[in-house]
Structure formats: structure tokens, C-alpha cells
Design a protein around this ligand. Sequence first.
Ligand SMILES: Nc1ncnc2c1ncn2[C@@H]1O[C@H](COP(=O)(O)OP(=O)(O)OP(=O)(O)O)[C@@H](O)[C@H]1O
Ligand SMILES: [Mg+2]
Length: 266
Amino acid sequence: MLEARQAPAPATQAPATQAPATQAPAPAAGCARTWVGREAELEEYLKKAPVASMKDIPVGVTRPRRAFLEPGGPIESMAWKVVPPGKPSGYWESYKSEIAAYELNKLLEMGMIPPTVERQIKGDTGAAVMWVSPTKSFKDLGGVPQPPGRYVAEFTRQIIRAKMFDNLIANKDPNLGNWLVDEDWHLILIDHTRSFTSMNSLAHKFDHVDAALWDRMKALDEPGLTAALSAWLTKPEIKGILNNRDRLQKEIDKLVAAKGQSVFVR
Ligand SMILES: Nc1ncnc2c1ncn2[C@@H]1O[C@H](COP(=O)(O)OP(=O)(O)OP(=O)(O)O)[C@@H](O)[C@H]1O
Ligand SMILES: [Mg+2]
């Protein structure tokens, strides 16, 4: 994990418009974004579903676990992340940031983060994240995967959106294990415990901007963010999102000055 953290996000180093690093096997049909359009139902289920068993996830410095739910429901399992707000290893981290990231992704109509809720299990409070399957992480695939030709444009666009989001939330942990891809080449984002910090430097360099997502980011304001996120973020953290957005605006202005309107993907 240390290695992935020290070389954060080769996704960053391989801009979306350049050739990806590895050739992944051609995926069979299989969509893991099964939550889209069913968010409210699945959130309620995640909050209450009885846990049948719990197992350690073999990777991950925050020691996440996988909780298997009683069979017969709409979700088979969930990641269980007990990360009390604090700085145990030099980075600010919190399970609440996991939930805030999901809620912000909803506000921005991204549909890229699986349902995430607060719940209690055996006296611990944490974030329960719907387990998405079938997926592989970019780390499992050895780097940024190369989709077959017909998926390239949309996959590239999803990478552009993911970078914009990590930059907006100042994600300090943008490693390859946190970007998952399903068999239909949907990019799914997990692991936001080290986010909602202030932006000293960009989580990802970028050379393209998704125009529709940027419009939605520009429309964010403090009342709207407070209504959506105040259960999970402090006032300074909410203001931090807007500051990060202003930093992004400056970066985008520079990019447009250098390259023109072609930086916007529409
Ligand atoms: N909701 C999920 N759906 C599918 N796979 C998941 C999910 N949550 C975690 N995983 C798998 O478990 C791994 C570790 O989870 P996660 O990244 O949340 O832990 P972490 O301790 O915060 O990780 P790290 O420090 O390595 O970034 C992920 O790389 C992924 O392979
Ligand atoms: Mg991770």
C-alpha cells in the first residue's frame, strides 16, 4: 500500500488522453453500477440489513472489512469502514468523509460512488459501502486499463470526471486501488476517507474538463452544500470544497488560455 501511496495515482501520470498503461482482457458484459436509480432503497437497506458474517479485506491501511449480509436482500455485502475522525497516520481521515463523498457525488449527478451510509455494528460507528461486483481495481489490472475501442471515449470521459472530483474534494489518497472498473467499463470510485482537506497541490494534473460536470461544480454554493453535507462535514470543510473549486477554476482558466475551448469535453 505504501508503494501505491508514494507514487499516487499513476492515473494522474497517464493523462486520460494518452495511451493507458496496460492492456486489460476484453471484459464480458457485466455492470456493477446496479445502484443507479435505486439509491434511496439501497441506502435504507445498508443501514439496517442484518450482518451474517464479517471478513478482513487483505489490502488497505485503514483495515476495512467486508460484511456479508443475510441472503435474499438487494445487496450481498458491503465494505465496513470504521475510521474515527482523526490523524492516526499523519493524514486527516474519517468515515464521515466516505459518506460526504457519496452525497456530493449525488449532488453532482455523477453516479460513480456506490451507496454509502452511516451505521453501527457491534458498538462501532462507521461507513457501510455497498460492495460493487464484478469489479477489478486499476491496481489489480496493473495500471490504467485500456478498454476496447468502442469504450474508449466514454471511459476517458469517466477518468476526466474522476480526476475533477478528486481535485474538488482534495483527496489525499488517490491510489490505483481506489478506482474500480466493471465489465462494462464503468469507472467506480471508492475510498474517500482522506478527503475534504484543503488543496495545497492538485490530486491529479489534468488536461481536459468534462463541461457538464464543471457546470454542476460551478453551481455549488454554501447553502446547497450545507444542506447536503452538514451531517458529515464541518463548516470549514464545506468552505474548503468551494475554495478547491476556485483553485480548479484558476487551473482551468490557465488551461483554456493555453489550449482554447478544446479542453472542454462536451
Ligand atoms: N465497496 C467496495 N466494492 C468492491 N471492492 C471494494 C469495496 N471497498 C473496498 N474494496 C476492495 O478493497 C480494497 C481496499 O479497500 P479501501 O481502498 O476502501 O481500503 P483502504 O484501507 O482505505 O485502502 P488503501 O489504503 O489501500 O487505499 C479496494 O482496493 C478494493 O479492491
Ligand atoms: Mg484504498
